[in-house]
Design a protein around this ligand. Structure first.
Ligand code: 3Y8
Ligand code: NAP
Length: 248
């Protein structure tokens, strides 16, 4: 058995730990979005494969027998490519995905269909926005330059930002409620903007918003192909054991 683990999330790191502890032959894969991703207890490759064609070549060249897609729910491109490549090769594919977040009675959440719908959901009047969606989509907010934006990024931005009024915080997460609450109070935040990422690593800002009674605007997840979706790394490990040839 030889596994390709598509990573970049807390669950992917947990999965890597289980595979390493079980002595299973696996390779961890990062896209290379950040300068210094956390190290994993598995041999690790960094960078795109080159579309579905490049992924097919990689899977055949590395004699991969199973793929685990533990990428982020908004990493729809990688999920689609993994689905297409594994379907073409007849390779077993499991997706490790955490459930979406749902609001509680004290939450003031507004959902929009996708990341591109977030700017239109902002208030007319100038506000102070905690924009916790990383850096890939900041440009979308250039249509709403009259707000103050608190940007939380993993790495410092290269070059000028497309927004006139920003404050930047560099942090990798996972985050905690006390830290996020203090950050939002210090910056006088009035609105929180985020993706419905699910999981624990990005949840803190939502609990901090509830405590501060602030509105949250959440982008819903992109559609991705169906398939074998599991929510816990341990369930993926037993899927592997049941889908592997005898004696593994
Ligand atoms: C490169 C690997 C681990 C994984 C940790 C999780 C938790 C912390 C919360 C906020 C939200 C955001 C962002 C976020 C979180 C975890 C997880 C998660 C959100 C790293 C990582 C990589 C990335 C890529 C990065 C994106 C960005 C998104 C920041 C490593 C730290 C906003 C998503 O600057 C950039 O270009 C950042 C790009 C894709 C979304 C975007 O569109 O900008 N993640 N994040 C992965 C790769 O190269 O393959 O550097 O160590 C991983 C983690 N980020 O093992 O502990 O599991 O969700 N990551 C979101 O959820 O909204 C931050 O600030 O509150
Ligand atoms: P994406 O839009 O789904 O994928 C775009 C391209 O990036 C893919 O086609 C692939 O390039 C490459 N890629 C993505 N994930 C990869 C991986 N794990 N290993 C190798 N190549 C990968 O991806 P994204 O949304 O930019 O996310 C990139 C990474 O950040 C993923 O690992 C994801 O788990 C992590 N992440 C993303 C978010 C988010 O909000 N999007 C949040 C937290 C973590 P090729 O076509 O060349 O193969």
């Amino acid at each position: 058995m030889r596994i390709l683990l598509l990573g970049g999330t807390t669950e992917a790191s947990q999965m890597a730990g289980l595979l390493a502890a079980a002595g299973i032959d696996a390779t961890f894969s990062y896209a290379g979005r950040t300068r210094a991703p956390v190290s994993q207890p598995l041999p690790t490759r960094v960078g795109g494969f080159g579309g579905v064609e490049g992924l097919l070549r990689y899977l055949e060249g590395a004699a991969i027998t199973h793929v685990i897609d533990a990428t982020h729910p908004f990493a729809a491109g990688m999920t689609r490519n993994a689905h297409d490549a594994c379907t073409q090769l007849g390779l077993p594919l499991a997706r490790l995905e955490r459930p979406a977040w749902h609001p509680g009675p004290e939450d003031d959440w507004t959902f929009v269909p996708g990341v591109e719908d977030l700017p239109a959901a902002l208030p007319e009047q100038p506000a102070r926005i905690f924009l916790a969606i990383g850096k890939q989509h900041i440009g979308l907010f250039a249509t709403a330059p009259h707000h103050h934006y608190l940007l939380r990024l993993v790495d410092p931005p290269e070059g000028a930002l497309p927004l006139p009024d920003t404050a930047i915080v560099l942090a990798r997460g996972p985050f905690d409620v006390a830290g996020d609450r203090a950050l939002m109070e210090t910056h006088g935040i009035t609105h929180v903007v985020a993706k419905n990422a699910g999981g624990s690593g990005a949840r803190a800002k939502l609990d901090a918003a509830r405590a501060l009674r602030l509105p949250v605007i959440l982008a819903q997840r992109p559609e991705v192909p169906g398939g074998h979706v599991l929510a816990q790394p341990e369930a993926v490990l037993s899927w592997l054991r049941h889908s592997a040839p005898r004696g593994v």
